[in-house]
Design a protein around this ligand. Sequence first.
Ligand SMILES: [Zn+2]
Ligand SMILES: [Zn+2]
Length: 154
Amino acid sequence: MSQLCPCGSATPYSVCCEPYLSGQAAAPTAEALMRSRYTAFCKGNLDYLVATHHPDRRQVDERLSLHQTLNETSWVSLTVISTQKGQPQDTTGQVEFMAVYRAPELGQLHERSRFVKANGRWFYFDGKRLPPLLPKRNQPCWCGSGKKFKQCHA
Ligand SMILES: [Zn+2]
Ligand SMILES: [Zn+2]
């Protein structure tokens, strides 16, 4: 049995994000790069996170702050909400997603990320945090508890 990819694609890791994280292939779309970066957060692959961050946007202390995030945060799930452009023929793209994490308390990151392509490769450019997504009362809670939203975190 092969392991499912952490990015929530419901496909095996070996044919989903692993080829990107291992450098065998470049993510063809902004969404694929976004998913592979989420997987890199799950797997603690700091080198991949630095390499796929746009060189103009890297901070001097980026490795240090990423290292802290990787140590303090465990990722629970990823939901891609929408994408704009970011296809193989595009040079820019946006992906809106919601990621659930524990640090150690449960939290939700709802972000619209911008991606740009340079030298044929997609890079994460920056992201805008959005207000938390709240499901309707009778819908399943975002935290993955399996409870209805109105019964969760009461
Ligand atoms: Zn994946
Ligand atoms: Zn909940």
